[in-house]
Every structure is written in C-alpha cells, then in structure tokens.
Design a protein around this ligand. Structure first.
Ligand SMILES: [Zn+2]
Length: 290
C-alpha cells in the first residue's frame, strides 16, 4: 500500500515535470521560420528600411513592436533570445535604444549595426530618421553593414538601395520645394522629435508639449506656451497619432490654434511604403498648418 502511494506520488511528480518542460518548450521564441538569414530591426522605421533594401532576401523581424513606445521599452531576457538567433541586428542608434550596450555585452558574436553612426548628431536627440537627409545616410549604412555581414546578399542589396535612395532624394526635394513657399518657419510639436528635420529644412521648433519623450503632458505650462503662440503667431500645434493630450486641447480652446498630426513613425506598422507615405503626410500637415 505504502509502495503504491509512493509510486503514485512519483508518477504525478514526473507528469508535472514533463508538463512544465513541454510548456517552457512552447514558450521558447523560435523565430527563424525560413532558411533565409534572420535580420532583426530594433524599431519599426528601421524594419521599413530593411523591407526596401533587403526585402525577400532575408527574414526580417522587429524587436520593439509597433504598439510599444520605443522611449519606454525595457529590454527583457525574451528579447535577448530573439536577438541571439539573428544573423545581424540593425538599430537606429543615436541613443534611441539605450539598451544596445547590454545587447553588445550579452551577444558579442552577433553583428550589430547602428545606422546613425557617423551622422552629425544633436545632443540628447535620437530622432535622426525623421530627417530624410539623415535617413539616406542611415539606409546606406544599413545596406553596407548587412552586405559586409551577409556578402551573398550584397549585389541585390546594392540594387535595392539605389532604387530606394532615389525615392528618398525625391522626398527631400519635394519637402524643400513645398516648404520654400511657407513663410512661417516656427512650430510647436508634441515632443522634441523634429529637431533634425527642422535643422535640414530651416524650421524652428519653439516649444514642445512634453519635457521628454514618454512623459505625460501636464497643464503647468499653458501660459508659457500660450505666450510663445502669440509672440510667434503660431496657428497650429502638431501632436502625434493617438489621444489628444489635455494640454493640446486646452491650448486649442484658449489660444485658437488648430491641432494637426505629425507622425514620429515610432508606432507605425512596418509596411514597405510606410516611411514615404508617413513623411509625405507630415509634409502635407506642415504645409497646411504652418
Ligand atoms: Zn520620440
């Protein structure tokens, strides 16, 4: 009788252990589903660029999913597991992903490309990609880095790169041409995200609604921003996709400004044309709102 009880206990124990192992096995993030190289983009706009320059030649995966705010992202062991399977990791850099140092430390053998390397950076501002001039350099850096790591793809990547660069150059020329007709060069945006864009196209962001990306907007600086609106004859405040922040709604009501959307591309679904369509949308908003 005693033996039978012991036997049942052992059997139950073994069953639980087996179930646990099966559960953990299923939880493993086995991402590589093709024989193609696995290229991981840290953030959505980088994934969009990779869709254009690498396309079908590789399996492209995104680390910081589009529903997550990149400025709030924290790096977990699961993320490490995804990155460990990568043939190459492509990041924005310029401080957008402060956890890249951990990635380099944990995965010293996985090549990691920071596409903003070599750019003329603005201190504490990682939003390089919102400037098509910088974006052309970043896309080129991504292409060169991937080609060096995966030389069999180099020829295709170079052809794709040249085609994509032409579209980015056209975007740049279109922005210059359309903004040339606008006399108002000052604007207010939600967070300090269009600094590189402003530098390239001679605009000036005079204020933002939140102190730092990811922070909640508060009503504390209504008077201060209102003063800037009146002094600079600003007629639009550019917010980001999503809910209208309280501060923006208050400013709209008290200072008779319009609200328009400027997309930072931080939460886009990484479809092939997403960079170009969103940037043209931004241009349209700017031309109408400035
Ligand atoms: Zn941002």
């Amino acid at each position: 009788m005693k033996n039978a009880k012991l036997f049942v206990s052992i059997a139950i124990f073994i069953a639980v252990v087996v179930a646990l192992i099966l559960f953990l096995w299923q939880q493993r993030r086995e991402v590589k589903v093709t024989d193609k190289p696995l290229v991981v983009a840290t953030v959505p706009h980088v994934a969009v660029w990779l869709e254009n320059i690498v396309g079908e030649e590789a399996q492209i995966e995104l680390l910081v999913k589009e529903q997550v705010d990149v400025h709030e992202f924290t790096f977990t062991p699961q993320d490490s597991e995804l990155l460990a399977q990568a043939d190459v990791i492509v990041a924005n850099g310029a401080g957008l992903e402060p956890w890249l140092a951990n990635v380099r430390e944990q995965l010293p053998n996985v090549p990691l490309i920071e596409t903003a390397d070599g750019l003329d950076l603005i201190e504490d501002d990682p939003h390089t990609w919102l400037d098509p001039v910088q974006a052309q350099q970043q896309v080129t850096n991504a292409a060169n880095g991937i080609s060096a790591t995966l030389p069999t793809l180099a020829e295709t990547i170079d052809v794709n790169l040249q085609i994509y660069l032409v579209t980015l150059q056209k975007l740049d020329a279109d922005i210059r041409a359309q903004l040339a007709t606008v006399s108002q060069r000052k604007f207010i945006a939600f967070h300090e995200s269009f600094g590189y864009f402003a530098r390239s196209y001679e605009l000036e962001q005079v204020a933002q609604l939140v102190e730092r990306p990811g922070a909640e907007s508060t009503l504390e600086n209504v008077a201060e921003i209102g003063d800037l609106i009146e002094r600079n004859k600003i007629k639009t405040i550019f917010i980001e996709p999503g809910a209208i922040p309280d501060l923006a709604a208050t400013l709209r009501d008290e200072f008779d400004v319009e609200l328009r959307i400027l997309d930072t591309l931080e939460t886009i679904v990484p479809e092939r044309d997403a960079y170009l369509t969103r940037m043209y949308d931004n241009l349209e908003q700017l031309v109408s709102g400035l």
